[in-house]
Design a protein around this ligand. Structure first.
Ligand code: HDD
Length: 718
């Protein structure tokens, strides 16, 4: 049966599957409402007044309309996800660019050009549904592929490793990370005692802590972060041969981060920063895109990597096994309704299709239980797969029929197998070759509750990550550890963390310890503690440049440039630069002291988009200050304008200062006359001959994203 379905559907043209999925969802969409009824279709006489005994009298219990409305309202929330509660999602498609017949029989990975509809949900992990987007945290990256053989969920993160090696520790990890149970603080933050207490006693978390303290935990945008399947999975081909596989999502716009100070400020200015960014990009038609890359490893090679592929605290360096790009994913449609789609979507690593299989990674094995279980609690029963967003695009047939909120109506008297009463002849599922076949992997006895010694090395890859970071990225990691541990109240916990860090890198540990008021780190103090066993085999790779984000390109498409202006602005150079920015796909917005328009030096009226009241520099990627003596004078007298520019300077953003506006930086002692300007600061005059070059230089500076090694930053008080 499965093969005939596949054969038939092969004829469908590229894109049909995506359109059909949309049609399938449209069958469930509603609105706008022009007449109101009760839930049972009775037309409402009035939606403002309850039924009362007399015009000023008491309400009547009889009022079924009021009771129904209030009851529905009382039940409008479902339990938030225990982790990954805050998220944003979008519809799109995955297009295969390289066939994988040799490796997997999964139908959606066979035919180049085939498009599979997807729904993707990004999330933070620790915060509640209403928490801020830009907190220091891991980001979820969950993709549901609606394939012709059933739904396939790749439930990953934006970091390729995890804190723990065995699912047995997941509840402990999450209890330690979430707000502390006695006073429910702090919200959406790992900077507190219980988290650091736990991880300091769990050396297997060392590698993931490096990622969490790095800029990876502060993505500029969901559109600018990588995604990883984390675990090693298996591909199985039509002959039953298997390969290990690791999944990588690579953003077309490059991978980029916020500055920590900036991330904290955005959390106050716009807690919806990432959600809004995703939504607005899709509404504008700037569809976010990722490549899907794979690392394929055969069984023989797996034994020679120097670490265990089943250990989720390890990654396979791209320098050891290169990433092969096999497709692209485009998100092209925002959900119609947040609750019905983003909130009710149910991901599960156990949603797989023939041709893909699990490995014995003990974290993955535990996840296979957890996700189905959590959906039962969160979505109220065993029929959540019938919700429109969770429905597959292929037929679903089985005898699991009862339960809360069943939405289909199965016909007939037969709800068991084998039977003869259904179709009149014997129906039996006989364990043949069809459908999903688990890989017949050999299993090694004995049954045991122990950890494999091949999981013992907790530091080599943490060190590899550290060594692979640029100088600026290393400084950010040190600062992040210092921030988090300064929030830890118990000195012994701080001490334990830096002692552990000495196993990663002595300088890192020393630098982190400096402002913490504790003894210098001592790696030996950890030696006797649990988890500090000598590893059996270590990999010898010393650097993995792909682990660094610095200098990661991606162009300037969709980058937001603030143009800070005041009355009397000279528009000559500005217009040329603005056109160059727009041609390269950036977005410009004029920010000034008031809304309405500003008169330029030539009397032209310039519309203002935002004021300093509602927009700060942290909402932009770069700042342009056009010249004009009168405008520069006005800006210098406006504390908000000066702060705007200096804050962007401090956050190492590209700045383009024209003519007299250079004075703004001089105000705080940033002296531009002596030698070249600090990195990423473009300075020019209004001379017509210089304008084009100015624009190109500014574009090049924006394409570098941030200039983390910029000099003089520490002089700026912003
Ligand atoms: Fe998990 C949600 C990713 C380990 C148990 N997880 C959840 C989501 C993502 C991940 C992206 C949000 C899905 C959505 O948007 O709805 N989780 C991961 C990754 C892990 C991981 C990449 C390690 C490699 N998770 C993990 C373990 C367990 C769970 C070890 C339990 C044993 N995760 C859950 C959960 C959640 C969840 C409690 C909460 C809401 C949900 O499942 O649907 O079951």
């Amino acid at each position: 049966m499965a093969s005939s379905r596949t054969e038939g559907s092969r004829k469908s043209k590229v894109g049909d599957a995506v359109a059909n999925r949309q049609k399938q969802l449209e069958a469930f969409t509603q609105g706008p409402e022009s007449q109101l009824t009760t839930n049972h279709g009775v037309v409402l006489p009035d939606n403002h007044n309850s039924l009362k005994a007399g015009i000023r009298g008491p309400g009547l219990l009889e009022d079924f309309i009021l009771r129904e409305k209030i009851t529905h309202f009382d039940h409008e929330r479902i339990p938030e996800r225990v982790v990954h509660a805050r998220g944003a999602a979008a519809h799109g498609y995955f297009e295969l660019t390289r066939p994988l017949v040799e490796y997997t029989k999964a139908d959606f990975l066979q035919e180049v050009g085939s498009r599979t509809p997807v729904f993707v949900r990004f999330s933070t992990v620790v915060g509640s549904r209403g928490s801020a987007d830009t907190v220091r945290d891991v980001r979820g990256f969950a993709v549901k592929f609606y394939t012709r053989e059933g739904n396939y969920d790749l439930v990953g993160n934006n970091m390729p490793v995890f804190f723990i090696q065995d699912a047995m520790k997941f509840p402990d990890l999450v209890h330690a990370l979430k707000p502390e149970p006695h006073h429910e603080m702090p919200q959406a933050s790992s900077a507190h005692d219980t988290f650091w207490d736990f991880v300091s006693l769990m050396p297997e978390s060392s590698h993931m802590l490096m990622w969490l303290m790095s800029d990876r935990a502060l993505p500029r945008s969901y559109r600018m972060m990588e995604g990883f399947g984390v675990h090693t999975f298996r591909f199985v081909n039509a002959r039953g041969a298997s390969h290990f596989v690791k999944f990588h999502w690579r953003p077309k716009l490059g991978k980029h981060a916020l500055a920590w100070d900036e991330a904290q400020k955005i959390a106050g200015r716009d807690p919806d920063f990432h959600r809004r960014d995703l939504w607005e990009a899709i509404e504008r038609g700037d569809f976010p895109e990722w490549e899907l890359g794979l690392q394929l490893v055969d069984e023989d090679r797996a034994d020679k990597l120097g670490f265990d592929l089943l250990d989720p605290t390890k990654l396979v360096p791209e320098e050891v096994v290169p990433v092969t790009v096999i497709g692209r994913m485009v998100l092209h449609r925002n959900p119609d309704n947040f609750f019905a789609e983003t909130e009710q979507v149910a991901f599960h690593p156990g949603h797989i299709v023939p041709g893909i299989d699990f490995t014995n990674d003990p974290l993955l094995q535990g996840r296979l239980f957890s996700y189905l279980d959590t959906q039962l609690a969160r979505l109220g029963g065993p029929n959540f797969q019938e919700l429109p967003i969770n429905r597959g695009v292929c037929p679903v047939h089985n005898f699991q029929r009862g339960g809360m909120h069943r939405m289909t109506i199965p016909r007939g008297r037969v709800s068991y197998e084998p039977n003869t009463l259904g179709t009149g002849s014997e129906f039996r599922v006989d364990g043949g070759e069809q459908g999903f076949q688990s890989l017949a992997e050999e299993v090694e006895p004995p049954k045991t509750r122990r950890r494999s010694p091949t999981f013992d090395d907790h530091f080599t890859q943490a060190t590899l990550f550290w060594n692979s970071q640029s100088a600026a990225e290393k400084e950010h990691i040190i600062a992040a550890f210092q921030f988090e541990l300064s929030r830890v109240e118990t000195p012994a916990i701080r001490q334990r963390v830096v002692d552990n860090l000495a196993h990663v890198d002595a300088r890192l540990a020393r630098k982190v310890a400096e402002p913490l008021g504790i003894s210098p780190p001592d790696a030996r103090s950890a030696a006797g503690r649990a988890g500090f066993r000598e590893p059996r085999a270590k990999s010898t790779l010393e650097l993995s440049p792909s682990l660094s984000m610095e200098g990661n390109g991606g162009g300037i498409q969709t980058r937001k440039v603030a143009v800070v202006m005041a009355q009397g602005v000279e528009l000559g150079a500005f217009k040329v630069i603005q056109q160059a920015l727009l041609d390269a796909g950036a977005i410009t917005r004029v920010v000034a002291a008031h809304l309405g328009t500003l008169a330029s030096s030539s009397g032209q009226q310039v519309p203002v988009d935002h004021t300093f009241l509602t927009m700060s520099s942290v909402m932009f990627d770069a700042v342009l200050v056009p010249g004009g003596a009168a405008a520069a004078q006005a800006l210098m007298k406006d504390g908000d304008a000066v702060h705007f520019v200096l804050e962007a300077f401090k956050h190492c953003k590209p700045l383009c200062l024209i003519g007299e506006s250079v004075e703004i930086l001089r105000r705080v002692g940033v002296e531009l006359a002596e030698g070249p300007p600090p990195a990423g600061v473009i300075v020019g005059t209004n001379e017509p001959t210089a304008r084009l070059q100015l624009g190109q230089d500014f574009i090049a500076a924006i394409a570098k994203h941030r200039h983390w090694s910029r000099a003089l930053v520490e002089q700026v008080p912003a």
